[in-house]
Design a protein around this ligand. Structure first.
Ligand SMILES: N=c1c2ncn([C@@H]3O[C@H](COP(=O)(O)OP(=O)(O)OP(=O)(O)O)[C@@H](O)[C@H]3O)c2ncn1[C@@H]1O[C@H](COP(=O)(O)O)[C@@H](O)[C@H]1O
Length: 117
């Protein structure tokens, strides 16, 4: 996996062209690599970095996971599929930040899911 810098977009572990063409299965890896990079480098102006340095500590991301879950539920209840997709993306992003904060990674998640087959 490449080492994303601190100034690009979501899939910056790859080049711009690679990012745009990233197959769905690779998007989570690219996003998680970006999150890990933000955790390590803590660049100014990064929302992700701000979650790792928040004065509320881990409660900041825990609150976001709760909020985004609620927003996804409300979107589902409204049958607003666009909103459900957007809120689900917010939820997954914050959940990945939480995993990184706890020194877990996508392979831990994959292993857990695989064990359930
Ligand atoms: N996927 C995300 C992502 N999803 C959601 N968010 C942020 O999560 C926050 C969620 O906020 P809300 O939906 O509650 O809306 P809000 O009103 O802005 O909320 P508040 O933050 O003000 O409470 C927003 O600030 C969003 O920008 C994200 N921030 C970053 N990423 C990815 O992380 C990458 C690195 O981002 P930086 O760390 O900011 O460089 C980006 O390129 C993205 O790919």
């Amino acid at each position: 996996m490449s080492d994303p810098d601190a100034t690009g977009d979501a899939a910056e572990g790859a080049t711009g062209a690679e990012a745009a063409d990233a197959p769905p299965a690779a998007v989570l890896d690219e996003l998680f690599a970006t999150i890990e990079s933000r955790k390590e480098e803590l660049p100014e102006g990064s929302y992700t970095a701000s979650l790792f340095t928040h004065e509320k500590g881990e409660n900041a991301v825990l609150e976001k996971v709760g909020e985004e879950s609620t927003e996804a539920i409300l979107a589902a209840k409204d049958d607003d599929l666009d909103d459900l997709t957007a809120e689900s993306a917010d939820l997954v992003y914050h959940l990945l930040v939480l995993l990184a904060m706890k020194d877990l990674d996508l392979n831990d998640l994959r292993d857990e899911l695989r064990d359930r087959f």
